[in-house]
Design a protein around this ligand. Structure first.
Ligand SMILES: [Zn+2]
Length: 106
């Protein structure tokens, strides 16, 4: 049994438990993981982050809804995400996702 996470406090890493949210579009449950190196929760599915609107900070979209919006509802995507850096980052996420699903794309 290895349970060194609690004891190992020499690194100033904090580990917070993942939490569950519901996708704002399809209402599916999705898990938001804590990212220790960044010391914050993953923003990949956080709609407030992508859209840059604080009132959406507790709204989440699951991976498949993000992909769906990006591929089938481009207008909505362009309308919602105005920051070009974030557009690039989201494209990057979605592209990685596709690589995982379909390695022949490499
Ligand atoms: Zn969804």
């Amino acid at each position: 049994m290895k349970s060194k996470i609690e004891k190992n406090k020499s690194k100033s890493y904090t580990l917070k438990p993942p939490f569950e949210v519901k996708c704002m579009d399809c209402k599916k449950d999705l898990v938001v993981n804590f990212v220790p190196p960044r010391q914050e929760y993953s923003k990949k599915n956080n709609w407030g982050y992508w859209g840059g609107r604080k009132e959406n900070n507790d709204k989440y979209k699951c991976d498949s809804c993000l992909v769906d919006m990006y591929t089938n509802r481009k207008y909505e995507y362009l309308e919602a995400i105005t920051d070009s850096k974030k557009r690039r980052l989201l494209r990057h996420y979605l592209y990685d996702e596709r690589i995982i699903l379909n390695k022949s794309d490499l």
